[in-house]
Design a binder for this molecule. Structure first.
Ligand SMILES: C[S@@+](CC[C@H](N)C(=O)[O-])C[C@H]1O[C@@H](n2cnc3c(N)ncnc32)[C@H](O)[C@@H]1O
Length: 218
């Protein structure tokens, strides 16, 4: 089975540019000057960690992934940039395990193309756990695949709608695709302040991927 760790070992940094949702987020909050605490869940090789550090140099950013290779690459970038441990805290963590910094509430949580790897019950728990870590008035940025993504039509469908063996490099990892209706239901108790579909060139397969980019406020 392909894992992200093996993809990073083979290909190195494959997602260098920040996604539009993260740039958009900074428009909503650029005018407020307080120091912020930010969490980048499943940070990969850190494109959003470092982008948010540039935008909010006084923020403390926690960035985790469960891929040791991703963290090695992210640490190399951090060391080359002389960013201190007070500003960016990088740690290995599995999002399905108990979060190690339970006493911290975050102003911003970023989860881009991470929680959809799994079955719906896992995804619901990941969302609930993340939103618990968010401060009231905090922002949650979620990027997930849309049911309009062409790969949604490939592979087999499991009982809960999760797709197995989709047509992509990491296709043997289960993928969950989101409809607009489901997103509205999942965030019915929050303010959705921005939602759009974004078609992005794929890095691990041929063709374009269609993602939902969502910014919600608690
Ligand atoms: C598609 S990549 C996205 C990386 C990054 N968020 C970005 O947008 O550049 C998915 C990432 O999720 C990480 N990941 C997958 N399952 C995870 C888990 N259970 N806990 C933590 N990270 C996980 C992978 O290692 C990988 O870095």
């Amino acid at each position: 089975m392909a894992t992200w760790d093996s993809i990073y070992k083979q290909k190195g940094i494959i997602q260098p540019q920040p996604l539009p949702a993260i740039k958009k987020l900074t428009c909503f909050i650029q005018d407020t000057g307080n120091n912020r605490t930010i969490l980048d869940m499943g940070c990969g090789t850190g494109r959003h960690t470092f982008y948010l550090h540039q935008k909010f140099p006084d923020a403390t950013i926690y960035a985790y992934d469960n891929s040791p290779k991703a963290l090695e690459l992210v640490n190399e970038i951090k060391e080359a940039s002389s960013i201190t441990d007070e500003r960016i805290i990088i740690f290995e963590h599995d999002m399905d395990k108990e979060f190690p910094y339970q006493d911290i509430k975050f102003d911003i949580i970023v989860s881009t193309l991470v929680i959809h790897h799994g079955f719906f019950n896992e995804i619901q728990k990941r969302l609930d756990d993340s939103l618990t870590l968010l401060k009231d008035d905090g922002f949650f940025v979620l990027v997930v695949p849309s049911t309009k993504d062409p790969r949604y039509a490939t592979g087999e469908t499991a009982k809960d709608g999760t797709k197995l063996n989709t047509d992509q490099d990491d296709g043997d990892i289960p993928h969950f695709f989101f409809s607009n209706e489901l997103i509205k239901k999942l965030f019915r108790d929050y303010s959705i302040i921005d939602i759009h579909e974004y078609e992005r060139p794929m890095v691990t397969a041929v063709g374009a991927a269609v993602n939902w980019e969502i910014i919600v406020k608690k």
